[in-house]
Design a protein around this ligand. Structure first.
Ligand code: T46
Length: 141
């Protein structure tokens, strides 16, 4: 059984195609870009700068967060350590594995967080209480 820590999360760079005729950039996520099959896509937008999203962990879900526009911070916790990752490049996303608490904050004006997820929505996969998260941490894998 694997015990994920904040070091199990990682930044994945999405290939960027820079147009030779100055038409801007194109980034593409294909089936081998991420270490999971994408089963769901959702996005967060119009988030006020003083608002918090997340505030939970997932038991089995893997997710890839991409700042399609603007920037925001992701605070990651594994029950022992924590770190903050700033996402501000549309071709650099954050892979969050199961068993990691996440909080999203400091959204810039117009920021959009695109999320690619390994499974469909399931409220039973969430741990929304931090104390329960720390207690249950040993059963995650
Ligand atoms: C995560 C962060 C980054 C659905 O009906 N379907 C969905 O696919 C999702 C994601 C949410 N919902 C419903 C459940 C709640 O009634 O939308 C409402 C807001 O969800 P939540 O409070 O979980 O939203 P966030 O932004 O705090 O968290 C979401 C994801 O739930 C979560 O997995 O990691 O974005």
């Amino acid at each position: 059984m694997k015990q994920n820590t904040i070091d199990s999360t990682s930044i994945i760079e999405v290939p960027k195609i820079i147009d030779e005729n100055r038409r801007g950039n194109l980034s593409v996520i294909e089936k081998d870009t991420l270490p999971f099959k994408i089963e769901r896509v959702y996005y967060l937008y119009d988030v006020p700068s003083d608002a918090f999203r997340g505030g939970h962990a997932h038991k089995k879900l893997k997710q890839f967060l991409i700042p399609i526009s603007g920037s925001f911070d992701v605070v990651l916790k594994d029950g022992i350590n924590s770190k903050t990752v700033t996402l501000n490049k549309p071709n650099k996303g954050l892979l969050i594995v199961p068993g990691i608490w996440r909080e999203l904050e400091n959204f810039s004006s117009g920021a959009i967080c695109l999320v690619l997820a390994s499974n469909t929505y399931d409220e039973d996969d969430y741990i929304r209480d931090f104390d329960s998260f720390v207690k249950q941490k040993n059963s995650f894998y």
